[in-house]
Design a protein around this ligand. Sequence first.
Ligand SMILES: [Zn+2]
Length: 410
Amino acid sequence: MRFAEIALLVIVCALALGASAPTQNQRIVIAASSVLDGKGGVLHNTHIVIEGAKIVALDPKAGPVDYDLRGLTVLPGWIDAHVHITWSFGPDEKNAGPAGTTQEAAYASASNAWLTLMAGFTTIQSVGSPTDVPLRDAVSKGLLPGPRILTAVEPLMGRGVQTGTPDEIRAFVRKQKSAGADLIKIYASGGMTRGTMTMSPEQLNAACDEARKQGLRTLVHAFRDAVRAATLAGCTEVEHGLGASDDDLKLMAERGTYLDPQAGLLLETYLQYKDSYLAPPYYTEEGFAAMKDLIPAHQDFLRRALRVPGLKIVYGTDAVAGAHGHNAEDFIHRVHDGGVDPMAAMVSANSLNAEALGMADEIGGITPGLQADIIALDGDPLKNITAVRRVVFVMKGGVIYRNDARRQPH
Ligand SMILES: [Zn+2]
């Protein structure tokens, strides 16, 4: 056999094993007794009809039923707007950060993607690392199980004048786009508790304006005064935001700037894995000592943000090494400790996040025409938010990746 024939045979075998994308017209019917539609609505006793990768109908009469998810809560796969999917611990148990290109690092990245998908997250935004790109592409080709990945490739690090002239910053943005970036990540301020802006308003304007011209969104790591500067520069989304004033938050609401705060998972992960992270100058003993107080500070900030009418608060966890697959824990913090309504928490990771990603016509809802990204929980997160820990079914783009044995109905 010539090479082309062998290659074809391999492809045919792979398809026969059922390991690849859904065949074009494959039809799946899911029966559900309780469906959160991703936009704040609840549907009862319906059937979700999927053809290929998409949801095509909600019809209680459709049959035959292939998967009976009655007794569970069915909802759209979650979206995490802020993760670092390639961050992992190295063979020495130390935080290896984003730059690893060893085989261990590659496998760890693949594992992070798998754990994230199994936890019910069918789309993530990684903010970012050049090593995101091959992972994103392998997952999108169906070669590895993982969430749909959007990446910033290399982030723009604010370093004062060294960040570059506006023209140099614009060139950096275009370089990320040609490297395959789906968005631009910008670090415009120092750490959580202190430090001034690391970029001038002029530099920030150049970055967010050039991204907009290139059709890319901008996520800005911002604390304190950087929050207002990012908003005035027309950037898409503010990450973290601690230290912003009520007036800053009101301005964000007026301008439609999304806010992505965190409520506990990130800092608890750092504390849990302190020995792995401790490495001055970024991760110091002093920094770890401050973290315990910073958890309630973030939760108070979230409570304050919730009181600002019209402010769009999305779901991003900042998942780093140790947090992958635990992305849903921040839902529990947001509801229990941050005062977020459970339905609002779900919507923040479904339709609102899809809107913030510019993907509202593709993902984020149980709606005909959207991708069949569907998960099921054993329990009702509206009654007890800890149900988000019990993901028992995961479908992404019409492909089922997880379907645990049904437990007793309750
Ligand atoms: Zn981050």
